[in-house]
Design a protein. Structure first.
Length: 177
């Protein structure tokens, strides 16, 4: 019997002081059986950092490799934004750049520095925004997760403040490219 995803329901108050974006999000997420909680929370943070009308979690990432983790489609159905979480292959990002002009990556795990060192030169010629969360920061956010929870996410510059009933922490988002 196949393992089922774990469902999380998050109510998130997002305050992005840089973009003057304020919203209350009700997100229902499915954590793939092979996905670690840290990756799921990196997806949530990427969502908050890019929150806009039409932004959605795709079925992609782990279960559908031809799709990004997050995406936005224009009214005509064309892909307008591609967001990957993790350390994607350069060829995957080249493909994404052919499909849309807005491509972003949020790298987060303990292999992130090695991935960036190996991919930096190849990605330099691509119009890709590359950002990095510290692995220890992602672990701190993951430690606060509950299946049903309320969160407050405040974004200012390269700082993201996350507060929940289980605690709070500050993350830094390093812009690599």
């Amino acid at each position: 019997m196949a393992l089922r995803p774990t469902i999380y329901k998050l109510q998130i108050a997002v305050s992005d002081l840089d973009r003057q974006y304020y919203d209350s999000l009700n997100l229902t997420l499915a954590q793939h059986p092979s996905e670690k909680i840290e990756r799921m929370m990196a997806r949530v943070l990427a969502y908050c950092l890019n929150a806009e009308e039409g932004l959605a979690f795709s079925k992609g990432g782990l279960s559908t490799p031809d799709e990004p983790d997050l995406w936005t489609h224009a009214l005509d159905g064309q892909l307008s934004r591609w967001i990957d979480v993790g350390e994607p292959a350069v060829d995957r990002l080249k493909k994404a750049c052919r499909l849309t002009s807005q491509v972003s990556v949020y790298s987060f795990n303990s292999k992130s520095d090695v991935w960036w060192a190996q991919s930096r030169e190849k990605l330099a010629s691509l119009p890709v925004s590359v950002n990095q969360f510290s692995w220890s920061d992602i672990q701190a956010v993951a430690a606060m997760v509950a299946r049903v929870m309320e969160m407050s996410v405040t974004i200012s510059g390269d700082s993201v403040h996350v507060a929940t009933d289980n605690g709070e922490c500050e993350l830094l988002v390093q812009k690599l490219q």
